[in-house]
Write a protein that binds this ligand. Structure first.
Ligand code: S3P
Length: 426
Protein backbone atom coordinates (compact mmCIF):
# COMPACT_ATOMS: atom_id res chain seq x y z
CA UNK A 1 0.00 0.00 0.00
CA UNK A 2 2.05 2.95 -1.21
CA UNK A 3 -0.44 5.64 -2.23
CA UNK A 4 -4.00 6.63 -1.41
CA UNK A 5 -6.38 9.16 -2.96
CA UNK A 6 -9.00 10.53 -0.60
CA UNK A 7 -12.07 12.40 -1.86
CA UNK A 8 -13.74 15.46 -0.40
CA UNK A 9 -16.41 14.35 2.11
CA UNK A 10 -20.05 15.39 2.51
CA UNK A 11 -21.44 16.08 5.98
CA UNK A 12 -21.69 13.01 8.21
CA UNK A 13 -23.12 11.83 11.50
CA UNK A 14 -21.30 8.87 13.01
CA UNK A 15 -20.83 6.84 16.19
CA UNK A 16 -17.50 4.97 16.19
CA UNK A 17 -16.87 2.22 18.70
CA UNK A 18 -13.84 0.72 16.94
CA UNK A 19 -11.17 3.38 17.47
CA UNK A 20 -7.81 1.62 17.89
CA UNK A 21 -6.97 0.71 21.52
CA UNK A 22 -4.53 2.97 23.31
CA UNK A 23 -0.91 2.48 22.23
CA UNK A 24 0.73 3.79 25.42
CA UNK A 25 -1.40 1.60 27.70
CA UNK A 26 -0.97 -1.48 25.47
CA UNK A 27 2.85 -1.21 25.53
CA UNK A 28 2.80 -0.81 29.29
CA UNK A 29 0.36 -3.70 29.82
CA UNK A 30 2.70 -6.10 28.04
CA UNK A 31 5.84 -4.84 29.82
CA UNK A 32 4.46 -4.42 33.34
CA UNK A 33 3.02 -7.96 33.30
CA UNK A 34 6.65 -9.08 33.61
CA UNK A 35 6.76 -7.50 37.08
CA UNK A 36 3.73 -9.40 38.42
CA UNK A 37 3.46 -12.49 40.60
CA UNK A 38 0.67 -14.10 38.56
CA UNK A 39 -1.24 -14.01 35.32
CA UNK A 40 -2.11 -10.58 33.91
CA UNK A 41 -5.19 -10.42 31.71
CA UNK A 42 -5.36 -7.81 28.98
CA UNK A 43 -8.33 -7.32 26.68
CA UNK A 44 -8.58 -4.90 23.77
CA UNK A 45 -4.77 -4.90 23.41
CA UNK A 46 -3.72 -2.79 20.41
CA UNK A 47 -2.88 -5.25 17.63
CA UNK A 48 -0.69 -2.84 15.69
CA UNK A 49 2.97 -3.16 14.72
CA UNK A 50 4.44 -1.10 17.59
CA UNK A 51 2.62 -2.88 20.40
CA UNK A 52 2.85 -6.35 18.84
CA UNK A 53 6.62 -5.77 18.76
CA UNK A 54 6.55 -5.10 22.51
CA UNK A 55 4.52 -8.27 23.04
CA UNK A 56 7.04 -10.26 20.98
CA UNK A 57 9.89 -8.81 23.06
CA UNK A 58 8.13 -9.80 26.27
CA UNK A 59 7.93 -13.37 24.87
CA UNK A 60 11.62 -13.25 23.93
CA UNK A 61 12.33 -12.23 27.53
CA UNK A 62 10.80 -15.51 28.68
CA UNK A 63 7.20 -14.56 29.50
CA UNK A 64 4.41 -16.99 28.73
CA UNK A 65 1.85 -15.31 26.50
CA UNK A 66 -1.46 -17.03 25.81
CA UNK A 67 -3.63 -15.21 23.31
CA UNK A 68 -7.12 -16.48 22.47
CA UNK A 69 -7.74 -13.58 20.12
CA UNK A 70 -9.73 -11.65 22.76
CA UNK A 71 -7.75 -11.82 25.98
CA UNK A 72 -3.99 -11.91 26.23
CA UNK A 73 -2.74 -13.66 29.37
CA UNK A 74 0.85 -12.94 30.37
CA UNK A 75 2.87 -14.54 33.14
CA UNK A 76 6.57 -14.43 33.86
CA UNK A 77 8.97 -15.91 36.36
CA UNK A 78 11.57 -13.23 35.83
CA UNK A 79 13.28 -11.64 32.84
CA UNK A 80 15.42 -14.19 30.99
CA UNK A 81 18.43 -13.41 28.79
CA UNK A 82 17.01 -13.63 25.24
CA UNK A 83 18.34 -15.60 22.28
CA UNK A 84 17.03 -12.90 19.92
CA UNK A 85 17.85 -9.26 19.29
CA UNK A 86 14.88 -7.28 20.63
CA UNK A 87 13.27 -5.40 17.74
CA UNK A 88 11.15 -2.40 18.76
CA UNK A 89 10.28 -1.59 15.12
CA UNK A 90 9.22 2.06 14.88
CA UNK A 91 8.49 2.54 18.57
CA UNK A 92 10.36 5.05 20.72
CA UNK A 93 8.11 4.13 23.65
CA UNK A 94 9.05 0.47 23.29
CA UNK A 95 12.76 1.14 23.16
CA UNK A 96 12.92 3.72 25.95
CA UNK A 97 10.76 1.79 28.41
CA UNK A 98 12.60 -1.47 27.75
CA UNK A 99 15.87 0.38 28.49
CA UNK A 100 14.54 1.08 32.00
CA UNK A 101 13.13 -2.40 32.51
CA UNK A 102 16.26 -4.23 31.31
CA UNK A 103 18.94 -2.04 32.89
CA UNK A 104 18.72 -4.02 36.14
CA UNK A 105 17.80 -7.45 34.70
CA UNK A 106 20.19 -10.35 34.78
CA UNK A 107 21.77 -10.74 31.34
CA UNK A 108 22.78 -9.05 28.11
CA UNK A 109 20.18 -7.50 25.81
CA UNK A 110 20.34 -5.83 22.39
CA UNK A 111 17.56 -3.43 21.38
CA UNK A 112 17.11 -2.28 17.81
CA UNK A 113 14.44 -0.79 15.56
CA UNK A 114 13.67 0.36 12.03
CA UNK A 115 15.71 3.02 10.20
CA UNK A 116 13.59 5.81 11.72
CA UNK A 117 13.93 4.59 15.30
CA UNK A 118 17.67 4.01 14.81
CA UNK A 119 17.97 7.76 14.10
CA UNK A 120 16.12 8.95 17.23
CA UNK A 121 17.92 10.18 20.39
CA UNK A 122 18.30 7.62 23.15
CA UNK A 123 20.78 9.53 25.37
CA UNK A 124 17.78 11.02 27.15
CA UNK A 125 17.40 7.60 28.78
CA UNK A 126 20.83 6.02 28.52
CA UNK A 127 22.57 9.02 30.19
CA UNK A 128 20.50 9.10 33.41
CA UNK A 129 20.54 5.31 33.51
CA UNK A 130 24.33 5.24 33.15
CA UNK A 131 24.60 7.76 35.98
CA UNK A 132 22.99 5.26 38.34
CA UNK A 133 25.18 2.37 37.22
CA UNK A 134 23.50 0.94 34.11
CA UNK A 135 25.83 -0.50 31.47
CA UNK A 136 24.81 0.69 27.99
CA UNK A 137 26.62 0.83 24.69
CA UNK A 138 25.55 1.84 21.20
CA UNK A 139 26.39 4.15 18.31
CA UNK A 140 27.25 7.75 19.20
CA UNK A 141 28.10 6.68 22.75
CA UNK A 142 24.74 4.96 23.38
CA UNK A 143 22.65 7.70 21.80
CA UNK A 144 21.60 5.70 18.75
CA UNK A 145 20.26 2.16 18.48
CA UNK A 146 21.17 -0.63 18.19
CA UNK A 147 21.77 -0.37 21.93
CA UNK A 148 23.18 -3.04 24.15
CA UNK A 149 22.59 -3.24 27.85
CA UNK A 150 24.08 -5.56 30.43
CA UNK A 151 21.90 -5.59 33.53
CA UNK A 152 23.60 -4.35 36.68
CA UNK A 153 22.75 -3.10 40.14
CA UNK A 154 21.33 0.42 40.12
CA UNK A 155 21.88 3.18 42.67
CA UNK A 156 19.00 5.20 44.12
CA UNK A 157 18.57 8.58 42.42
CA UNK A 158 16.98 12.02 42.58
CA UNK A 159 16.68 13.00 38.94
CA UNK A 160 15.43 16.33 37.64
CA UNK A 161 14.57 15.93 34.00
CA UNK A 162 14.72 18.86 31.61
CA UNK A 163 12.29 17.18 29.20
CA UNK A 164 8.57 16.66 29.84
CA UNK A 165 8.57 13.12 28.46
CA UNK A 166 6.50 10.20 29.67
CA UNK A 167 8.91 7.87 27.94
CA UNK A 168 11.88 9.16 29.97
CA UNK A 169 9.81 9.31 33.17
CA UNK A 170 8.49 5.76 32.70
CA UNK A 171 11.96 4.45 31.91
CA UNK A 172 13.33 5.93 35.13
CA UNK A 173 10.37 4.73 37.22
CA UNK A 174 10.97 1.18 35.93
CA UNK A 175 14.65 1.50 36.87
CA UNK A 176 13.69 2.90 40.30
CA UNK A 177 11.64 -0.22 41.07
CA UNK A 178 14.93 -2.18 41.15
CA UNK A 179 17.26 0.49 42.56
CA UNK A 180 18.97 0.16 45.96
CA UNK A 181 16.89 2.86 47.69
CA UNK A 182 14.06 5.37 47.42
CA UNK A 183 14.21 7.39 44.17
CA UNK A 184 12.63 10.64 43.04
CA UNK A 185 11.96 11.82 39.51
CA UNK A 186 10.92 15.41 38.80
CA UNK A 187 9.75 16.64 35.41
CA UNK A 188 9.40 20.24 34.19
CA UNK A 189 5.73 19.78 33.18
CA UNK A 190 3.45 16.84 33.86
CA UNK A 191 3.62 14.29 31.01
CA UNK A 192 1.14 11.46 30.48
CA UNK A 193 0.83 9.41 33.66
CA UNK A 194 -0.28 5.90 32.64
CA UNK A 195 2.84 4.33 34.16
CA UNK A 196 2.15 5.84 37.58
CA UNK A 197 -1.53 4.88 37.50
CA UNK A 198 -0.94 1.32 36.31
CA UNK A 199 1.99 0.52 38.61
CA UNK A 200 0.10 1.96 41.60
CA UNK A 201 -2.88 -0.18 40.61
CA UNK A 202 -0.51 -3.19 40.68
CA UNK A 203 0.54 -2.28 44.22
CA UNK A 204 3.86 -0.49 43.59
CA UNK A 205 4.86 1.99 46.25
CA UNK A 206 4.80 5.14 44.21
CA UNK A 207 3.76 8.60 45.31
CA UNK A 208 3.04 11.52 43.01
CA UNK A 209 3.26 15.05 44.37
CA UNK A 210 2.81 17.56 41.57
CA UNK A 211 5.75 17.15 39.23
CA UNK A 212 7.68 14.87 41.59
CA UNK A 213 7.26 11.10 41.70
CA UNK A 214 8.78 9.13 44.57
CA UNK A 215 9.31 5.42 44.03
CA UNK A 216 10.25 2.79 46.58
CA UNK A 217 12.08 -0.24 45.20
CA UNK A 218 9.90 -3.35 44.86
CA UNK A 219 10.18 -5.62 47.90
CA UNK A 220 8.20 -8.32 46.14
CA UNK A 221 6.55 -8.86 42.79
CA UNK A 222 3.47 -6.76 42.04
CA UNK A 223 -0.13 -7.91 41.63
CA UNK A 224 -1.11 -8.90 38.10
CA UNK A 225 -2.88 -6.43 35.84
CA UNK A 226 -6.48 -6.93 34.81
CA UNK A 227 -7.18 -4.36 32.19
CA UNK A 228 -9.39 -3.57 29.23
CA UNK A 229 -7.37 -1.10 27.17
CA UNK A 230 -9.50 1.96 26.36
CA UNK A 231 -9.58 3.55 22.90
CA UNK A 232 -6.64 5.80 22.03
CA UNK A 233 -7.48 9.53 22.19
CA UNK A 234 -4.61 10.29 19.81
CA UNK A 235 -6.19 7.98 17.20
CA UNK A 236 -9.72 9.19 18.00
CA UNK A 237 -8.58 12.76 17.46
CA UNK A 238 -8.16 12.23 13.68
CA UNK A 239 -11.92 11.67 13.50
CA UNK A 240 -12.63 14.53 15.92
CA UNK A 241 -10.85 16.88 13.50
CA UNK A 242 -12.70 15.30 10.56
CA UNK A 243 -16.03 16.27 12.19
CA UNK A 244 -14.76 19.69 13.30
CA UNK A 245 -13.77 20.73 9.75
CA UNK A 246 -16.81 19.32 7.89
CA UNK A 247 -19.89 21.57 8.11
CA UNK A 248 -23.03 19.98 9.62
CA UNK A 249 -21.11 16.93 10.86
CA UNK A 250 -20.92 15.23 14.23
CA UNK A 251 -19.24 12.18 15.67
CA UNK A 252 -19.27 10.14 18.88
CA UNK A 253 -15.99 8.45 19.75
CA UNK A 254 -16.70 5.59 22.14
CA UNK A 255 -14.70 4.20 25.06
CA UNK A 256 -11.76 6.61 24.91
CA UNK A 257 -9.45 7.25 27.87
CA UNK A 258 -10.40 10.63 29.34
CA UNK A 259 -7.13 10.88 31.28
CA UNK A 260 -6.53 14.69 31.46
CA UNK A 261 -2.94 14.23 30.24
CA UNK A 262 -4.31 12.77 27.00
CA UNK A 263 -7.27 14.91 25.94
CA UNK A 264 -5.64 18.32 25.75
CA UNK A 265 -5.96 18.34 21.94
CA UNK A 266 -9.74 18.03 22.30
CA UNK A 267 -9.60 21.00 24.70
CA UNK A 268 -7.60 22.95 22.10
CA UNK A 269 -10.19 22.14 19.44
CA UNK A 270 -12.88 23.33 21.87
CA UNK A 271 -10.98 26.61 22.31
CA UNK A 272 -11.07 26.93 18.52
CA UNK A 273 -14.86 26.83 18.69
CA UNK A 274 -15.78 23.16 18.15
CA UNK A 275 -18.61 21.88 20.30
CA UNK A 276 -17.21 18.97 22.37
CA UNK A 277 -18.76 17.00 25.25
CA UNK A 278 -17.17 14.35 27.45
CA UNK A 279 -19.31 11.57 28.94
CA UNK A 280 -17.53 9.40 31.52
CA UNK A 281 -18.81 5.81 31.47
CA UNK A 282 -16.15 3.87 33.41
CA UNK A 283 -13.09 4.28 35.62
CA UNK A 284 -10.42 1.61 35.82
CA UNK A 285 -6.86 2.86 36.33
CA UNK A 286 -8.18 6.00 34.56
CA UNK A 287 -11.46 7.66 33.50
CA UNK A 288 -12.94 6.28 30.27
CA UNK A 289 -15.89 7.49 28.21
CA UNK A 290 -17.38 8.87 25.03
CA UNK A 291 -16.37 12.10 23.32
CA UNK A 292 -19.02 13.93 21.26
CA UNK A 293 -17.75 16.39 18.63
CA UNK A 294 -20.01 18.71 16.62
CA UNK A 295 -18.90 20.96 13.79
CA UNK A 296 -18.75 24.73 14.41
CA UNK A 297 -16.77 27.41 12.57
CA UNK A 298 -13.20 27.39 13.90
CA UNK A 299 -10.97 30.29 14.94
CA UNK A 300 -7.18 30.44 15.41
CA UNK A 301 -5.54 29.77 18.80
CA UNK A 302 -2.09 29.78 20.38
CA UNK A 303 -0.78 26.52 21.83
CA UNK A 304 2.18 26.95 24.20
CA UNK A 305 1.45 25.19 27.52
CA UNK A 306 1.31 21.49 28.42
CA UNK A 307 2.74 20.68 25.01
CA UNK A 308 3.49 17.08 26.00
CA UNK A 309 -0.26 16.57 26.54
CA UNK A 310 -0.96 17.10 22.84
CA UNK A 311 2.38 16.35 21.23
CA UNK A 312 1.02 13.43 19.20
CA UNK A 313 -2.06 15.34 18.06
CA UNK A 314 -0.37 18.53 16.84
CA UNK A 315 -0.05 17.31 13.22
CA UNK A 316 -3.78 16.80 12.78
CA UNK A 317 -4.64 19.78 14.99
CA UNK A 318 -2.65 21.74 12.40
CA UNK A 319 -5.13 20.60 9.73
CA UNK A 320 -7.83 22.21 11.90
CA UNK A 321 -5.63 25.35 12.11
CA UNK A 322 -5.54 25.40 8.28
CA UNK A 323 -9.37 25.45 8.26
CA UNK A 324 -9.72 28.14 10.96
CA UNK A 325 -10.06 31.90 10.71
CA UNK A 326 -6.77 33.60 11.61
CA UNK A 327 -3.22 32.57 12.40
CA UNK A 328 -2.63 29.79 14.93
CA UNK A 329 0.69 29.66 16.77
CA UNK A 330 2.52 26.65 18.23
CA UNK A 331 5.36 27.43 20.70
CA UNK A 332 7.62 25.45 23.06
CA UNK A 333 7.25 22.38 20.88
CA UNK A 334 10.83 21.54 19.91
CA UNK A 335 10.15 17.94 20.96
CA UNK A 336 8.17 17.62 17.72
CA UNK A 337 11.50 17.55 15.89
CA UNK A 338 12.50 14.18 17.41
CA UNK A 339 9.27 12.24 16.91
CA UNK A 340 8.70 9.59 14.20
CA UNK A 341 9.65 12.40 11.78
CA UNK A 342 10.72 16.00 12.34
CA UNK A 343 7.08 16.98 12.72
CA UNK A 344 7.67 20.72 12.55
CA UNK A 345 9.15 20.29 9.05
CA UNK A 346 6.75 17.59 7.86
CA UNK A 347 3.66 19.55 8.98
CA UNK A 348 4.88 22.86 7.55
CA UNK A 349 6.02 21.36 4.23
CA UNK A 350 2.79 19.38 3.85
CA UNK A 351 0.61 22.42 4.56
CA UNK A 352 2.65 24.57 2.17
CA UNK A 353 2.09 21.96 -0.55
CA UNK A 354 -1.67 22.33 0.14
CA UNK A 355 -1.52 26.11 -0.40
CA UNK A 356 -1.54 27.10 3.28
CA UNK A 357 0.71 29.88 4.62
CA UNK A 358 3.01 28.83 7.47
CA UNK A 359 6.10 30.09 9.28
CA UNK A 360 8.62 27.69 10.79
CA UNK A 361 10.56 28.34 14.03
CA UNK A 362 13.04 26.22 15.93
CA UNK A 363 10.44 25.31 18.55
CA UNK A 364 7.18 25.73 16.66
CA UNK A 365 5.34 27.18 13.70
CA UNK A 366 2.36 29.27 12.65
CA UNK A 367 -0.49 28.27 10.37
CA UNK A 368 -2.75 30.84 8.73
CA UNK A 369 -6.19 29.45 7.96
CA UNK A 370 -7.12 29.49 4.29
CA UNK A 371 -8.35 27.18 1.57
CA UNK A 372 -6.74 23.75 1.56
CA UNK A 373 -6.03 22.59 -1.98
CA UNK A 374 -5.42 19.09 -3.22
CA UNK A 375 -1.78 17.97 -3.32
CA UNK A 376 0.44 14.91 -3.00
CA UNK A 377 2.03 14.65 0.42
CA UNK A 378 4.60 12.05 1.52
CA UNK A 379 4.36 10.79 5.12
CA UNK A 380 8.14 10.53 5.59
CA UNK A 381 7.38 7.19 7.26
CA UNK A 382 5.42 8.91 10.05
CA UNK A 383 1.97 7.44 10.78
CA UNK A 384 0.58 10.67 12.25
CA UNK A 385 1.69 12.73 9.25
CA UNK A 386 0.10 10.22 6.86
CA UNK A 387 -3.24 10.21 8.71
CA UNK A 388 -3.25 14.00 9.21
CA UNK A 389 -2.99 14.77 5.49
CA UNK A 390 -5.51 12.06 4.69
CA UNK A 391 -7.92 13.90 7.03
CA UNK A 392 -7.08 17.15 5.18
CA UNK A 393 -8.21 15.27 2.08
CA UNK A 394 -11.82 15.15 3.24
CA UNK A 395 -11.84 18.93 2.77
CA UNK A 396 -10.27 19.12 -0.69
CA UNK A 397 -9.19 15.70 -1.98
CA UNK A 398 -5.61 14.52 -1.37
CA UNK A 399 -2.97 11.99 -2.40
CA UNK A 400 -0.78 10.65 0.38
CA UNK A 401 2.20 8.35 -0.18
CA UNK A 402 4.19 5.98 2.08
CA UNK A 403 1.28 4.57 4.06
CA UNK A 404 2.54 1.37 5.66
CA UNK A 405 3.48 3.35 8.77
CA UNK A 406 -0.23 3.67 9.63
CA UNK A 407 -0.08 0.04 10.75
CA UNK A 408 2.19 1.03 13.63
CA UNK A 409 -0.74 2.54 15.55
CA UNK A 410 -4.10 2.42 13.73
CA UNK A 411 -4.52 -0.63 11.47
CA UNK A 412 -8.28 -0.09 10.94
CA UNK A 413 -7.93 3.62 10.10
CA UNK A 414 -9.02 3.24 6.45
CA UNK A 415 -11.94 0.99 7.37
CA UNK A 416 -13.30 3.80 9.56
CA UNK A 417 -12.40 6.55 7.09
CA UNK A 418 -14.47 4.80 4.43
CA UNK A 419 -17.56 5.54 6.56
CA UNK A 420 -16.89 9.21 5.79
CA UNK A 421 -15.45 9.38 2.29
CA UNK A 422 -14.26 7.56 -0.80
CA UNK A 423 -10.76 6.11 -0.52
CA UNK A 424 -8.84 4.72 -3.49
CA UNK A 425 -5.55 2.81 -3.17
CA UNK A 426 -3.03 3.01 -6.03
C1 S3P B 1 4.42 8.11 24.83
C2 S3P B 1 4.92 9.33 25.17
C3 S3P B 1 5.09 10.43 24.21
C4 S3P B 1 4.35 10.18 22.92
C5 S3P B 1 4.46 8.77 22.43
C6 S3P B 1 3.95 7.80 23.47
C7 S3P B 1 4.34 7.08 25.88
O1 S3P B 1 6.46 10.58 23.95
O2 S3P B 1 4.80 11.08 21.92
O3 S3P B 1 3.71 8.58 21.24
O4 S3P B 1 3.61 6.07 25.69
O5 S3P B 1 4.96 7.25 26.93
P1 S3P B 1 7.37 11.48 24.95
O6 S3P B 1 7.01 11.08 26.31
O7 S3P B 1 8.79 11.20 24.66
O8 S3P B 1 6.99 12.90 24.62
Amino acid sequence: MSKVSVSKADSFSLHISEIAPDKSISHRSAMFSMLANGVSEITNFLRAEDTLNSLEIVKNLGATVVDDGTTIKISSDGIKEPFEILDCGNSGTGMRLFCGLLSSANGHFVLTGDKYLRSRPMKRVTSPLREIGAIFDGRDDANLAPLSVRGSSLKAFNYESKIASAQVKSCMILAALRADGICTYTEPELSRDHTERMLKGMGASLHVDGLKTTVEPMKELLSPLTIRVPADPSSAFFFAVAAAITPNSNIVLEGVTLNPTRIEAFKALERMGADIKYEETDNRYEPIGNIHVNYAPLKAITVEDNISWLIDELPVLSIAFACAKGTSIVKNAEELRVKESDRISTVVEGLNACGITTTEYKDGYTVTGGTLTSATVDSDGDHRIAMSFIIAGIKCGMNVTDLDCINTSFPNFFELLQKITKVEFK
